[in-house]
Design a protein around this ligand. Sequence first.
Ligand SMILES: Cc1cc2nc3c(=O)[nH]c(=O)nc-3n(C[C@H](O)[C@H](O)[C@H](O)COP(=O)(O)O)c2cc1C
Length: 204
Amino acid sequence: MIRNVSLFWISNYDNLLKNHYISIFFERMIIIMEFENVIKERYSVRSFKETEIEQDKLDRILEAGRIAPTAVNAQPQRVFVIKSEEGHQKLRDVCKMTYEAPVVLLICADIEKSWKIKMDDNFDSAEMDAAIAGTQMMLEAWNLGIGSCWIRAFNSNDIKEAFKLPTGIQPMFILCIGYKASDAKPNERMHFKRKTIEETTTFI
Ligand SMILES: Cc1cc2nc3c(=O)[nH]c(=O)nc-3n(C[C@H](O)[C@H](O)[C@H](O)COP(=O)(O)O)c2cc1C
């Protein structure tokens, strides 16, 4: 009797284990597929609803930027969240392309904190670090159903002046974010034109 119970337990445990591995397998499949959907379906959104972004979603987007990898983990990325009418007006005065997004993230880098390599033309990782943080935020936004457009059509000195940025804080780009308007669609001239792997990749 005892033996039967233990056999029963073993076979059940075996099933549990099997199910556990099967569920991990499917979980990973789903994660991979969802991630691929995010990077394949994302496009630059240039028409937004007025609807506000919920604070918990905004927090998740900012978190994606916070945990981004940075050179020597210096974490020089600095994000200014422009939500108020006053902030939007200041930005509109110096950047014509904000597409009336309800939230604009001004992504900067503290160039006093970023990694420098003197032996390589004074390489400064600030822009790369900010770009990785921006990319993570752009993809997390899409993952949450929120569109974005990356903008660099501004003069960084104008931005510094408009927002009275502290010394060392260098504006890198802005990310307009918000829910897509019903007429939002990928820019046909640009979004669908991608070079082939052969054009962009060389196996050595
Ligand atoms: C560094 C950078 C700068 C960009 N600057 C602008 C910009 O100033 N205005 C704009 O409308 N889009 C801008 N974009 C968005 C690109 O035009 C867009 O990503 C590209 O055409 C591919 O389209 P897709 O994002 O829809 O796939 C920029 C993107 C990057 C990565």
